[in-house]
Structure formats: C-alpha cells, structure tokens
Design a protein around this ligand. Structure first.
Ligand code: PMP
Length: 437
C-alpha cells in the first residue's frame, strides 16, 4: 500500500519505510482499505500508526514523538488523555458502561450544553455527527411537512446518502452531485445545492420555499472542510431572516465549530441563532457523542411521531466525557488563549512562507489553522481542482521532523498546545520548507 509522495520526489526525498507503513500493509489484509474511515487513507505519506498520545503529542509504533495537529480530526480540544477527562471516564467505567435507560448524566450534561449555547432549550443525544445531522433534517421535515434541504457546495455533513453530495465535487447548477459510488439517487433529489456566501441565491430559493417544498437550510457556518471560510458580513443574518419569513428550519452544522471556535460555537461567534444546531467532535473531547439542540417545540416532536433512536445514545461513558470536557472549556480565558495560540502559529508560518517564498498562506478561525496554496502571488479558492502536491511533500518533510499533519492544509489546535510547542512547530516547518527549496 506504500505510496509515492506526489510531485518532486527528488527534493522531497523518498519517504523512508517505517513501522507505520508496514503495519498499514498488514492492516489492509484484515481491515477494508487498511483504515477505519476512508479519509484516513489521504494522510500523507501514509497513516501514522500510533502507540500512545499524551497532551498535544503522539508516539508512533517506532517510538518516534510528534506534535499532533490532527487531534483525532477535531475532537481532542483538550489534547490526548486530559487527566480530568480520563478521571471522569474511569470513574464512570467502574459504575457501568451502558444502562439502556435513564441516568443522571443525560440531563446534567444536556443542561451544560444548553447553558453554553444561546437559544437552546432541549438536546437529543446521538453518537456521531452523521447521525445528528440526520436527526436534525428529520425534525426540520416533520416540522414543515416539506422534504427539500438546501446545502452548500463544499459542505460536508457526514456520509449518508441524503447529504454526501457536492462536497468533493460539484457539477454546475443546483442539483446534487453524488460523491460516492452506490448512493441512492432518490435521496439526493431532496437536495438543493447553492454557493456558500451568496445572499441572493439562497434568499431567492427561500422566497419560493413553500412551493418548492424546502424544509431546511443545512449550513456549516465556517465551511470547516472547505477552506475554513468566515461567513461574509450579514450573510448568516440574511439566511436567518429568509428562513424565518418562509417557515424554513435553519440548521447549523457545528460538528467542527461547536465548542471549538467559541463555547457557544457559531451561534455565539456570529451572533445568529439557528433553529437547530448539531454538535459532535469537541463536545466530548475525543469520545463518541453527538447532539442536536434546539427549541422545545422542534425537539419535542419526538413525542409526536418523529423517531429518534440509538442503542448507544447518551451512554454514560460518553456523557461523563461531555461533562468533564465542558467543565474544562467553561473555565475563563480558554477561548482567548486558543485564539492567541492559533494566531501565533499562523503568523509564524506566514513569516516562513514569505521569507522562503513557499507557495502557501495560513489563516485561522478560532483554534483551526488552514493553509492554502498560492498561485502567482494569489490565494487559491478551495475546491476540487486545487493542487495540493506541495502540501503533500511538506507534510512528509514535517513528519520526518516530528509534526503530525492532516491532508489539505488544516491544523487543529487544543488547549494543551503551548508556546514551546508552537515555537518547535515553526522551527520544524522552516527546516522542512528549506529542504523542499
Ligand atoms: N459535519 C461536519 C461539518 C463534519 O466535519 C463531520 C465530520 N468530519 C460530520 C458532519 C460528520 O461527523 P462524524 O464523522 O462524527 O459522523
């Protein structure tokens, strides 16, 4: 399964075979594709096989240490094995891992979520972001008696047939482009796909919502999987009022943004309150729990014919993790510190890129840093056509210098990435960029 790192082999150097590449080969004999989630195959030069994680660092099967910017693809907002989180989960494990009926953590954790995010009255627990998005769309459809959902080009909302569309590629027009073989064409017919950030296209469609059968707008307000884009000024407000005027349910997909860009996620950061909001990832600090939050009126539809189910929903292990994570995140100064860390990393990286004329530029939104390729001095818009070959080579060169990075230029930070880690990271990048010159 070992692969070449695209582009300039001679300057990037052949990635040295290591324990991870060998274990990946072995893994592929028993695990389909050699990874447990398809996107992990895109980790360059191959998936790292990790022995343990502590704080902001991981150690691979060869005993090598890395500063981790993958952070489990977002959830590890407190880093690996945060003592308070581990403590809470260990204590709960002694009391049982699953009851399949009521327990106190269900409401104590829900109350913490409701207190943290403006506009919430109720929570429904589920396990993954994909499931919670599904629940939110069902609530929107039940509430409006309509079926269509507006999503945006490049938005990722999980891998189900009904939303895995127009993310990795999109054909012009408002019809969905499916992104996997084997998808139901019928499910995709309920999508209307629009460009992100354009007020007129979304308000135009929403003005015919009743006639078109539009139930909801599903939006990741920061396009966290598509270049990390700050919503243009007034955009979310315009979408909000057009949804209200046309009885359409506004759903924020805060799977990445929630509890990461602010305690109250996109709602707090941008001051626009959606009807429903979906959380996963950072809410449980690395355990598998997701949630849909909203008004009592929308959520209580579960008492009136809307099915919401799941054996592991609200399991005490994950909810102990939610409670411990939110307890940490509520401490004063947490988000200001995360913002400062991200700012210093982005600034340090940009200084290197301009000094050494590397074709990249870094920006950040909360504790997420996104690097984008630059062509002829101009930042390139995110999209399927982007040439990531320089990033791939740089990732490989950085990995050899003790940094573990995601594909496509994105870095997740945590509360335990400190000034020394940032300085070490910037030095490793400088060295790697030099090597590639
Ligand atoms: N929405 C967004 C914005 C995401 O980033 C993701 C996962 N990367 C999902 C939904 C799906 O979440 P999960 O992988 O937990 O199913």
């Amino acid at each position: 399964m070992r692969r070449e790192v695209g582009g300039l082999q001679s300057s990037a150097g052949e990635p040295p075979a290591d324990g991870s590449s060998e274990l990946w080969d072995r893994c592929a004999q028993s695990v389909g594709g050699g990874v447990s989630s398809g996107l992990r195959r895109t980790i360059m030069p191959w998936p790292l096989f990790v022995e343990r994680g502590q704080g902001c660092r991981v150690w691979d099967v060869d005993g090598r240490e890395y500063i981790d910017y993958v952070m489990g693809w977002g959830p590890l907002i407190l880093g690996h094995s945060h003592p308070e989180l581990i403590h809470a989960v260990r204590d709960q494990l002694e009391l049982g891992s699953l009851y399949g009926t009521g327990h106190r953590l269900e409401y104590t954790a829900a109350e913490m979520v409701i207190e943290s995010v403006p506009g919430l009255q109720r929570i429904l627990w589920s396990n993954t972001g994909t499931e919670a998005v599904h629940v939110a769309m069902r609530l929107a459809r039940a509430h409006t008696g309509r079926t269509k959902i507006i999503k945006f080009v490049g938005g990722y909302h999980g891998w189900t047939d009904s939303v895995l569309a127009s993310y990795s590629s999109h054909t012009a027009g408002t019809a969905a482009t499916s992104n996997s073989k084997g998808q139901s064409v019928a499910a995709q017919q309920d999508l209307i796909v629009l460009p992100f950030g354009d007020v007129s296209s979304v308000t135009e469609v929403l003005s015919h919502a009743a006639a078109e059968g539009v139930a909801g707008v599903l939006i990741d307000p920061i396009m966290s999987n598509y270049g990390l884009i700050e919503p243009p000024a007034g955009y979310l407000e315009a979408v909000r009022s057009a949804c209200t005027a046309n009885n359409v349910v506004l759903i924020f997909d805060d799977v990445i943004a929630g509890f990461r860009i602010a305690l109250g996620g996109s709602t707090e950061r941008f001051g626009v309150v959606p009807d429903l909001v979906v959380f996963a990832k950072a809410i449980a600090g690395g355990f598998s729990q997701s949630a849909v939050g909203g008004s009592a009126q929308l959520i209580d539809q579960v008492l009136d014919g809307v099915v919401h189910a799941g054996t592991y929903n609200g399991n005490p292990i994950a909810l102990a993790a939610v409670r411990a994570t939110l307890t940490q995140l509520r401490q004063p100064g947490r988000y200001a510190a995360l913002e400062d860390t991200a700012q210093s990393l982005a600034d340090g990286l940009n200084a290197i890129f301009s000094e050494l004329r590397a074709p990249l530029h870094a920006h950040h939104l909360g504790p997420i840093v996104q690097m984008m390729p630059i062509a002829a001095g101009q930042e390139v818009a995110f999209g399927p056509g982007i040439d990531w070959s320089y990033w791939d080579m740089l990732t490989n060169a950085c990995r050899q210098r003790g940094l573990f990075l995601l594909p496509r230029g994105r870095l997740f930070l945590s509360t335990v990435h400190g000034a020394d880690d940032i300085a070490e990271t910037i030095a490793a990048f400088r060295d790697a960029v030099r090597q590639l010159r």
